[in-house]
Write a protein that binds this ligand. Structure first.
Ligand code: SF4
Ligand code: SF4
Length: 107
C-alpha cells in the first residue's frame, strides 16, 4: 500500500542526478541531532543550524554532492522526501535562477 507521501512523489526525480539543492536550505538542528560541532553554527536569532559555504551549500555536502554525515544527518534531512512537492519546488526555483543567470537564493 502506498502512502500519501508516496503518491505525491515524482519517481523521475532522483538525488543521484541532483546537485543537492535541498542542502541549500536552512537546516535547523534538533536537540537530539548529533552533528559534529564544527559543522554547525548559530543564526542571529540563536537557532543552531548546519553551517553553509559561501555558495550556500551545507558544509557537510561532499565533492560528489552526497552527504558526508549521512548516518548521523539531522532529523529534518531524514524527513525530506526525494521527488515530493517541496523537493520539486526548490529544484524548479534553483534551475530557473540558473537558467536566468540570476544569483541563487539563500533559503
Ligand atoms: S531530495 Fe530533492 S532536492 Fe534534495 S538532493 Fe534529492 S532530488 Fe535533490
Ligand atoms: S546534513 Fe547532509 S543531508 Fe542535511 S543538508 Fe547537510 S549535506 Fe544535506
Amino acid at each position: 500500500m502506498s502512502s500519501d507521501a508516496d503518491s505525491d512523489r515524482d519517481p523521475s526525480v532522483q538525488c543521484d542526478a541532483c546537485d543537492a539543492i535541498c542542502c541549500r536550505l536552512t537546516v535547523v538542528l534538533d536537540v537530539d541531532d548529533r552533528v559534529p560541532a564544527h559543522l554547525t553554527t548559530h543564526t542571529h536569532e540563536g537557532l543552531r543550524v548546519m553551517a553553509r559555504d559561501e555558495e550556500g551549500w551545507c558544509v557537510a555536502v561532499g565533492p560528489d554532492m552526497g552527504c558526508t554525515i549521512y548516518a548521523s544527518r539531522p532529523e529534518v534531512c531524514r524527513r525530506f522526501v526525494m521527488g515530493a512537492p517541496y523537493c520539486r519546488d526548490i529544484r524548479q526555483v534553483h534551475h530557473d535562477q540558473l537558467r536566468r543567470g540570476i544569483p541563487l537564493t539563500m533559503y
